[in-house]
Design a protein around this ligand. Structure first.
Ligand code: ZN
Length: 198
């Protein structure tokens, strides 16, 4: 854009790369940052850098944490023999927000999608199988009810059933193609309570 100088254009371009930010919002955010006190901008930038540098995957469930093991996996009060498998951290957060699930999680970081070229090795499946070497009684598959989510659920079921672990799938009170994070707590809890063996 010729209206602004190079620095502002650069900033607008960076904001526009963020999910859900269109060119108008990017412009608004960039101009907002320019008008912020310098020390606030510095603090904001540093918080981003620190978060990026210090946050990594939990060594057990693969959620994001700044510890080796996340607070949920490190909590002896949780039921470590029940693992809920989710596609992403936002879905995990949605279930955790209900405060009713006492087990632990496993974050796949994606779902199997032959169309998008995402295979079983591209998500954290080997890592899930490894966890079954421990004392695991039930794996609750809470992937989305999209085609990819269902494909992943079936794949996991076939993969781990021979290990003698109970495999359940959350009920489909969840709308087809619905993102778990967008669904209210009651629906999530009903889906969890109505889970079935697969
Ligand atoms: Zn963890």
């Amino acid at each position: 854009m010729e209206l602004y100088s190079g620095y502002i254009n650069n900033l607008i371009e960076q904001f526009a790369k963020l999910p859900g930010v269109g060119s108008k919002s990017a412009q608004r955010l960039a101009l907002h940052v320019i008008n912020m006190p310098k020390e606030h901008v510095e603090k904001f930038a540093n918080v981003m850098i620190e978060a990026r540098n210090n946050i990594h995957y939990c060594d057990t469930c693969y959620t994001l944490t700044d510890k080796t093991t996340c607070p949920i996996c490190a909590n002896p009060g949780r039921d470590h023999s029940t693992i809920m498998v989710v596609e992403n951290i936002r879905d995990m957060a949605a279930y955790e927000k209900t405060g009713k699930f006492e087990g632990v999680y496993h974050v796949l970081h994606g779902a199997i999608s032959p169309m998008l070229g995402v295979g079983p090795n591209d998500i954290k499946l080997k890592e899930l199988v490894k966890r079954l070497e421990g004392d695991v009684k039930e794996v609750i598959i809470a992937t989305n009810s999209s085609l990819e989510g269902e494909t992943t659920a079936m794949y996991i079921s076939k993969l781990i059933k021979p290990a003698g672990v109970r495999v359940t799938r959350i009920a489909s009170g969840v709308p087809v193609g619905g993102d778990l994070e967008c669904i209210d707590e009651m629906t999530l809890l009903r889906a969890l309570e109505g889970r079935k063996e697969i």
